[in-house]
Design a protein around this ligand. Structure first.
Ligand code: NAP
Ligand code: ZN
Length: 353
């Protein structure tokens, strides 16, 4: 098996650098994909730096993958060489538990296998690499135009992670929906909630993002650090999707929900949020919830929804060697609004050993 060029890290304290990995041979149900573009998710940073305490090293992040099929196993019917495809956060699941049967593989009761840091028998390596081999059940069809493919990559995580809860909690006409944080997930949340027909309010800590938020589809923008602006929205939201990657005061947002409103957390900070005040929940039967990416079927649905509505991510393309700097900029909120790695640049950086 030839080595595959990749970019990753041997330890939490080390920057990402070239390394060589091995991909499995193409099995009967497998698809081999040459990776064209890979988005940079904040989860990549959490994992590379072991912020969730569960990283297996060496770690090769990347779960917003778009590429071209180069080989398929003899039982594969859905794909053929030359097809443009995507891979998101999962590459396998048990396929027989109740969640898998419902098409909610992300909640697989036996644990899905992550595209990187997989919890299967051995580690898995993600999209910061020249190719990947994936079971066809976890490969997505891409209908967008060829020139949009780099901006499609972030849909595979940021897109589905916001689409799924927006659908689950019924974002649509007549609903007032808040999106907290204008980063990779948040900017997709704004675009998707707008396309679903909701009245969209973006909460940001960054006054400089106000004009962008409106351009992306927000009807209103609130600076969440300003209590007077926040107070104007008290008790008015049907649903709030919170994408913030750091611990913060959840009560400031819970008090903005109507009776029976829900705030769903998708941001996954390394340390806990301060505990919310119980009375804010019980007095209006408010709900605090969470949501994890989305299943394969819903990810395909999201890609088709985005193709139909002309939705892609707003991206800044980077070379592979710039990923460490991109992580630092992401921590400062200095990304509009998703970094995507042009994987052709990996060839100049990483040598197949
Ligand atoms: P990102 O691009 O870094 O965006 C996070 C945004 O949160 C920032 O742009 C900023 O927006 C806001 N923010 C950051 N620090 C803040 C602070 N201290 N206080 C208030 N707001 C702050 O990250 P991302 O890629 O969108 O990911 C966001 C989180 O979702 C990460 O924790 C990631 O691991 C998690 N995630 C979860 C799932 C899931 O399935 N649940 C999937 C993917 C990612 P403003 O400048 O607008 O305030
Ligand atoms: Zn992600």
């Amino acid at each position: 098996m030839p080595h595959t060029r990749a970019y990753g890290t041997p330890a939490a304290s080390q920057p990402l650098a070239p390394l060589a990995i091995e991909r499995r041979a193409v099995g009967p149900h497998d698809v081999r994909i040459d990776i064209l573009y890979c988005g940079v998710c904040h989860s990549d940073l959490h994992t590379a730096r072991n912020e969730w305490g569960n990283t297996l090293y060496p770690s090769v992040p990347g779960h917003e993958i778009v590429g071209t099929v180069t080989a398929v196993g003899d039982k594969v019917a859905k794909f053929k060489p030359g097809d443009t495809v995507g891979v998101g956060c999962m590459v396998d699941s048990c396929q027989h538990c109740a969640s898998c049967a419902d098409g909610e593989e992300q909640y697989c009761e036996n644990g899905f296998t992550g595209t990187y840091n997989g919890r299967g028998k051995e580690n898995t390596w993600g999209g910061y690499s020249e190719n990947i081999v994936v079971n066809e059940k976890f490969v997505l069809r891409i209908a967008h135009a060829a020139e949009q493919l780099a901006a499609v990559a972030p849909l595979l995580c940021a897109g589905i992670t916001t689409y799924s809860p927006l659908r689950h909690w019924g974002a649509g006409p007549g609903k007032k929906v808040g999106i907290v944080g204008l980063g990779g997930l948040g900017h997709m949340g704004v675009k998707l909630a707008h396309a679903m027909g909701a009245h969209v309010v973006l909460f940001t800590t960054s006054p400089g993002k106000q004009a962008d938020a409106k351009r992306l589809g927000a009807d209103e923008v609130v600076i969440s650090k300003d209590p007077a602006q926040m107070a104007l929205h008290a008790g008015s939201f049907d649903f709030i999707l919170n994408t913030v990657a750091a611990p913060h005061d959840l009560d400031a947002f819970l008090t903005l929900l109507k009776r029976d409103g829900t705030m769903c957390l998708v941001g996954a900070p390394a340390t806990p949020h301060p505990s919310p005040t119980v009375f804010n929940l019980i007095l209006k039967r408010r709900q605090l919830a969470g949501s994890l990416i989305g299943g394969v079927r819903e990810t395909q649905e999201m890609l088709e929804f985005c193709a139909k509505h002309g939705i892609v991510s707003d991206i800044e393309m980077i070379a592979m060697k710039d990923v460490n700097e991109a992580y630092e900029r992401m921590l400062k909120g200095d990304v509009k609004y998703r970094f995507v790695i042009d994987m052709a640049t990996l060839k100049h950086e990483a040598k197949a050993a």
